[in-house]
Design a binder for this molecule. Structure first.
Ligand code: SAJ
Length: 430
């Protein structure tokens, strides 16, 4: 098939490559001329080695071409972002624009798939009207929503292996979309209607947000109860029907903190639990700052070294990362911050070039992201460079005994065991 992929980000580019490597003739289009030029020059903006490999292979075979204008094809896959607008409402303008842009090329019989995560009802209420407004009869084409489900860090494996939910505007639309995915998906493909598929995607991410909120609430509760939340969760998960996720400094990324809002925004009175979970997770950076303030007085420009700027371990993406909020909060309380992350890109507050630059003269180290590379940090090497030796470990990542032996006061998020006495008395509360 000839397939045009609209939007060459974290999902569009690997999907285009998978299709090309499965033998389709794929045209990759992105509105960013810079990205198009970069890809043509052979540089892939996604750091995962497997993604770079399949993209390289697709370009080299000639089956994937990066195009400057939307190319006419038999199938179109829309993989554009759907962020929250500044007012917190879903911004569907990219989906709308992509639908409009495709419309003039449609002659009848083409397949149009939306992969972008969208609020339930978007295909019917946004895409179909955009097509109609552009003079396309939606009954003359095949229209489906097939949400992406891959986890950053294992994109290629999950593209191939995950089950797919395929929601058609009509049953025949889903059926037609399934034949395209069958060329590279090894998981099962489940056909349903488009609104159900849209909701399933948002619910998957909402489930994770709510589960993490429970873990975060437990972390704060266990600090009050003076027990260790990590031990509580580990033992509770020994139950065959319990699987609580891990507490952390906040839920970041471009999916999990955003998608539940799609439901809350449209249905404010029937999403109480979802909204509460969002608030619990959004407050975690404040809690981390409070743990630091228990030991290091605010208002004196004391220096806090943050380890990690990306939204989670071993990825370079900094969108909605907990460190973005942590820096702002620390600065609000007149601390100075230095953020070190050898992997992250696009961090808005800037990064220091080395671990030494982060810890020199610092009053605390805060472990925000559990990058594997941080495991080798030696507390006895950084301790002497610091003014006060405090570690606040927001992921329970480091070996507390090793850091204590190096003279650090160690505070792990959720570990309420009365092990550490505050070095300073906090002078106010957040
Ligand atoms: N996090 C915790 N505790 C945990 C797990 C995660 O605090 O136990 C935090 C992470 O540190 C990170 C955030 O949550 O800040 C999100 O990370 P994640 O690994 O849970 O999810 P994403 O955003 O990388 O990818 C999710 C996935 N959704 C589900 O697992 C249901 C992925 O499959 C989706 O394709 C992706 O969202 C998406 O694009 O929607």
């Amino acid at each position: 098939m000839e397939v045009t992929v609209v939007g060459l980000g974290y999902i569009g580019l690997p999907t285009a490559a998978m299709l090309a490597n499965a033998g389709h003739r794929v045209f990759g289009y992105d509105v960013s001329p810079g990205l198009r030029a970069q890809l043509r020059a052979g540089a892939t903006h996604i750091a995962e080695a497997e993604v770079q490999e399949i993209v390289g292979q697709a370009l080299a075979s000639g089956n994937l071409t990066i195009v400057d204008d939307l190319a006419a094809a038999q199938a179109y896959i829309i993989c554009v972002p759907t962020p929250n607008a500044p007012d917190g409402r879903p911004d569907l303008s990219y989906v709308q624009a992509a639908s409009k842009a495709i419309a003039p090329a449609l002659r009848g019989g083409e397949l149009v798939i939306v992969e972008s995560t969208v609020p339930p009802g978007t295909l019917d209420r946004v895409v179909v009207p955009a097509m109609r407004a552009a003079g396309v009869d939606p009954d003359s084409i095949f229209l489906a929503h097939c949400p992406e489900r891959v986890i950053p860090g294992a994109i290629v494996r999950e593209l191939r292996e995950n089950d797919r939910i395929i929601g058609g505007r009509r049953p025949e639309d889903a059926h037609r979309a399934k034949t395209l995915y069958a060329s590279f998906v090894r998981g099962e493909m489940h056909e349903t209607d488009s609104t159900t598929a849209e909701l399933v995607k948002v619910v998957e991410n909402t489930f994770r947000d709510v589960n993490i909120a429970l873990a975060n609430e437990l972390a704060v509760l266990c600090e009050d109860l003076e027990v260790d939340a990590w031990e509580v969760i580990r033992l509770a998960n020994k139950h065959p029907r319990v699987n609580i996720l891990n507490p952390g400094p906040g839920v970041g990324g471009h999916c999990i903190p955003i998608d539940p809002q799609f439901l809350a925004d449209a249905h404010p009175f029937s999403t109480e639990l979802i909204q509460t979970a969002r608030r619990v997770n959004a407050r975690m950076p404040n809690h981390i700052v409070r743990r630091v303030r228990d030991h290091v007085p605010s208002g004196e420009h004391r220096k806090i070294a943050l380890l990690g700027a990306s939204y989670k371990a071993d990825v370079d993406d900094s969108r909605e990362s907990p460190s973005e909020k942590l820096v702002a909060l620390f600065e609000e309380h007149d601390y100075t911050t230095a953020v070190y992350d050898p992997i992250a890109r696009g961090f808005s507050h800037g990064l220091v070039p080395s671990l030494e630059a982060a810890v020199d003269g610092a009053d605390a180290v805060v472990l925000v992201v559990d990058h594997r590379i941080f495991k080798s940090i030696d507390p006895s090497a950084i301790g002497p460079r610091m003014r006060n030796r405090l570690l606040v470990d927001a992921r329970n990542f480091f070996d507390a005994a090793v850091w204590s032996a190096a003279g650090f006061t160690v505070e792990a998020l959720g570990d309420g065991r009365a092990r550490n006495k505050p070095m300073f008395v906090a002078n106010s509360h957040l």
